[in-house]
Design a binder for this molecule. Sequence first.
Ligand code: URA
Length: 442
Amino acid sequence: MTTASSPKPSSTKHWDAVSVIIAKRDGEVLPDDAIRWFINAYTEGTVADEQASALAMAVFLNGLTPPELATWTEAMIDTGDRVDHSALGRITVDKHSTGGVGDKVSLILCPLVAACSRELAVPQLAGRGLGHTGGTIDKMESIPGWRPELTAAEMKAMLLDVGAMIASASGNIAPADKKLYALRDTTGTVASIPLIASSIMSKKIAGGTQNLVLDVKIGRGAFMTNVGQARELAETMVGIGQRAGVKTVALLTRMDQPLGSMIGNTVEVNESIELLEGGDIAPRSQDLADVTLALAVEMLDMAGIDADPAAVLASGAALPVWEGMVAAQGGDLSAPRPVAAHEQIVEAPSDGYLADYRALDFGIAAVRLGAGRARKGDDISFGAGIELLVKPGSPVSAGQPILRLMSDDASTFEVAADVLADATTIAPEPSEIPDPVIERIS
Ligand code: URA
């Protein structure tokens, strides 16, 4: 695209937002100090939301070179504090997902890994829902009383006492990301490799973990829809981590179908607790358990801990760690969690085998039901969501209930049911359900 002549950023001028936006819009490489100036000015509020949206869109369309991305990530880290966990005397290990539908892995994984060894601490800094994907903090906030923000002293006490924590990456950890993340959610600028990589890695590096496992989702419900893009994102993040001295490994995992059997907030907490209680894994949660255990194996391996996370999960030993984590942040697991005011059942339209649930449409339908946000700052409805009564691979007969929709606003059912009707495939023959873990990148 050609443009009217505009001031070009150079490393000697004083920056203004419009010239930085125009330079990136026109495909130029931004000087380091332009990037640093813009990120700081946006964090401080002198660059407006609409200007940051425009730059995010320009980056979405034109990308960042590796040196630009390194500066962008460092600038985001430098807007806040860096946590130092060295006084804990524990090996720190954390995980982050690029985001999926029904992805409640962190709720199970953090207490599970901590339950595997007292030598470990899992300091997870998490985010809110983004686009059609859910967010760990939103899910945790469906527990009455639970508060996401922890001071450095509270984090330290929790990691020593309980061994794990899930806290919001707000406060003063990469505050630039807090603002940009919410803005990207509502401006169509989420699915960009440099923006995702810098968002995740700025929080994780500032969060102070020594070891990091990334769950890079691929498929129709992920921001990366093919293996090539996902591999590029994984390699980009592993590179940023290694350069910053954080041992980083990535697993590429499938996000074509929603993970597990619940999509929403309260309902995802409920499914996580079922797994943490131990015993046999319900078939409809098997894919969730498989991804969680694959990530746990990597985390333990990086930390040099010899433990069998499958056996620990089955024993129920992670449940007291989870209860300790929730209680330390004011959460009351005995109090009733929000339940949606209305329910609607979706039935199978024909006999056959459930072949497919397209995860993206399920994520969109969950947002329409109230479980996610349409606009920055919207309230969410914690009880809203979707229960998969039947998972792909199972036989179904016409009229059999396959989905339960939950919403506080019954008028949302029609549009959600329409989205889901097109997103569900019933086939005459059973289809193979592939292994959810595709590849490891280190
Ligand atoms: N998760 C994040 O923390 N940031 C993104 O940009 C996408 C997923």
